[in-house]
Ligand binder design. Structure first.
Ligand code: F7E
Length: 364
């Protein structure tokens, strides 16, 4: 019987071998007469921060990378092609199962990373139905499309679901780990819980290699300016250049476990290289308030009295808040060998520096 075997070397192009010899340890494809392919990955949500970092990572590992991209004349198309030369974009939408099936036929992926979602939490109160459709049911569409497309060989495709620390919501335990009871506090969180359990269900019901990364907040210079980290670092850059005076924020006492998105996509990839699919908390294990974030960001440009530049606006408060998020990444460290490389201070400073450079270029 034909068995599929995976071998990886993070420096060499990733390869997948089809052979009839069973586990072959260190034997090469030539030795056992194997057919060798570059690995192929399909990423949904490729236009977002994580999609771009993951695309870069997989291309650097020799993958053939395909991205699912929504809409007619999507303005992000050009941006993705510039950032990820060599990627193949396929039009489609996870809310449309037939387009996902078509994407699978075109990409013929070994791995599917589902990063597509409505990801801005406040938006999910204003557009709950749409959030449920995309962030929740969209994941079912991808799982079911993979199941149908794979036929009897469910080992053909490995699946990654981008689960979120927002699922912990009103936290039932500190720090939060894989076994912590989920108690979401927003339509976004509820939709992510549905998607998370659907992923677990496909693993348990069909034996699909489906893993879920419960990622805590992860940021970078590529983060959208609506999220609090980037909103602050962009404002700090502009204030330091004399382009604006103040920034308006919501709850300054909220606490988050913030890591660097570039580190977190490495964890996604590692999950799909394990023999067994599973769920993993991906976090730094440290939590910081928005006030601390302000202190580090303003401090980096030499402003110590940041309160002068910050106002509070009820428009940025949420109907229900997630107060204290801090993850326990022990399982990811012990099983995947993953740990974050960029700490909180380095992350904030990297983002402020990138925003200063960006503001200088746009104001030229
Ligand atoms: O808010 C507080 C706000 O919008 C962080 C997404 O990637 O991570 C992200 O969700 C905190 C909240 O991210 C403002 O109340 C104060 O407590 O940056 P955020 P998020 O909601 O934590 C999780 C893991 C995801 O899965 C999501 O997709 O900051 N906050 N003042 C503010 N937040 C914003 N956006 N704007 C403010 O003015």
């Amino acid at each position: 019987m034909l068995t599929l075997q995976r071998r990886y070397n993070s420096k060499a192009p990733a390869t997948r071998y089809a052979d009839s010899a069973g586990p072959t340890g260190t034997t090469t494809p030539q030795e056992v007469g194997l057919k060798r392919f570059p690995m192929r990955a399909l990423i949904t949500g490729i236009t977002g921060q994580d999609g771009l970092y993951l695309g870069e990572l997989l291309l650097s590992k020799g993958y053939e990378v395909f991205g699912l991209i929504r809409g007619q004349s999507n303005p992000k198309w050009e941006h993705v092609m510039q950032q990820l030369p060599g990627v193949t974009l396929i039009k489609g939408d996870i809310t449309d199962m037939s387009s996902v099936m078509r994407a699978l036929s075109v990409a013929q992926p070994d791995e599917v990373y589902n990063l597509a979602a409505i990801s801005f939490v406040p938006h999910s109160w204003e557009n709950a139905d749409h959030t449920i459709e995309v962030t929740g049911k969209g994941v079912f569409n991808v799982l079911e499309a993979i199941r149908i497309w794979s036929g009897p060989n469910l080992d053909k495709v490995r699946f990654y679901q981008a689960s979120s620390s927002e699922m912990f919501g009103k936290v039932q335990e500190v720090p939060q780990r894989e076994s912590t009871l989920l108690w979401p506090r927003s339509p976004y969180g509820v939709a992510k819980v549905f998607a998370h359990y659907m992923t677990v269900n496909y693993r348990e019901s069909y034996g699909m290699h489906a893993s879920s990364g419960i990622l805590f907040n992860h940021e970078s210079p590529r983060r959208g300016p609506e999220f609090v980290t980037r909103k602050i670092t962009q404002a700090v850059a502009r204030i330091s250049l004399g382009l604006q005076q103040t920034v308006s924020l919501g709850n300054l006492d909220a606490s988050r476990d913030w890591g660097f998105a570039g580190d977190y996509v490495e964890a996604m990839w590692l999950m799909l290289q394990q023999d067994q699919a599973d769920d993993y908390v991906i976090a730094t294990g440290e939590t910081h308030t928005i006030r601390e974030l302000l202190e580090v960001a303003f401090g980096h440009v030499g402003i110590s009295d940041w309160e002068r530049h910050v106002t509070q606006d009820p428009r940025f408060m949420r109907p229900a808040e997630v107060d204290l998020l801090v993850g326990d990444p022990t399982k990811a460290r012990e099983t995947l060998g993953w740990k974050p490389k960029v700490d909180f201070r380095e992350l904030v400073q990297m983002m402020v520096d990138a925003d200063i450079e960006d503001q200088r270029q746009t104001s030229r």
